[in-house]
Design a protein around this ligand. Sequence first.
Ligand code: 5GP
Ligand code: ZN
Length: 118
Amino acid sequence: MKSQDNCVFCKIVAGQIPSNKLYEDDDLLAFHDIHPKAPVHFLVIPKSHVDSLAECGPGDADVLARIMLKVPELARLAGCHNGFRTVINTGTDGGQEVFHLHLHVLGGPRDQWKSPAF
Ligand code: 5GP
Ligand code: ZN
């Protein structure tokens, strides 16, 4: 069995688990976090499974760049008007719980963020 067979984010990509989608194209999916730590909290993932940033190689360069370059537009779309925070948790000590690479985007009024929000 491949690691992605039981991956919750691969199941979201496949439509087997519902999600509140913000953006989708051939390579990327952005959806709102199920347990938001800030008024705006969404995740951006490559549709193709890779466990974490630590497992990425040269073949992932394009999708990583596309994710980073898409974030400001998606943050505005989601309602971030005064900036946002991007976080990638990597590995157990990095606090990663879902082992399908994802970038968190958090925003909204700072006094409404949950503590600690990374
Ligand atoms: P990590 O700790 O791996 O960086 O973050 C995983 C994130 O995925 C958490 O913020 C968690 O709330 C979110 N998450 C886990 N399962 C689901 C799910 O089924 N749907 C959505 N929308 N978010 C999820
Ligand atoms: Zn996956």
